[in-house]
Design a protein around this ligand. Sequence first.
Ligand SMILES: [Zn+2]
Length: 60
Amino acid sequence: MNVSPGSNVEVDGIYWCTVCKTPALFEQGKVFPACPNLCSKGHWELVLPSTNDSAAEAPR
Ligand SMILES: [Zn+2]
């Protein structure tokens, strides 16, 4: 699942650049930025989907 910079984030999770493998956390509703290392052919690949569904309901 690769997405281009400028696309909307549809799934919360940790993504990395397909070129330099720099990981970054993105949240649903945000827009993917360009890779911080400016990889011209870099895309973002989801490597670890967020699994905090239950955490959102947990009392503080
Ligand atoms: Zn990169």
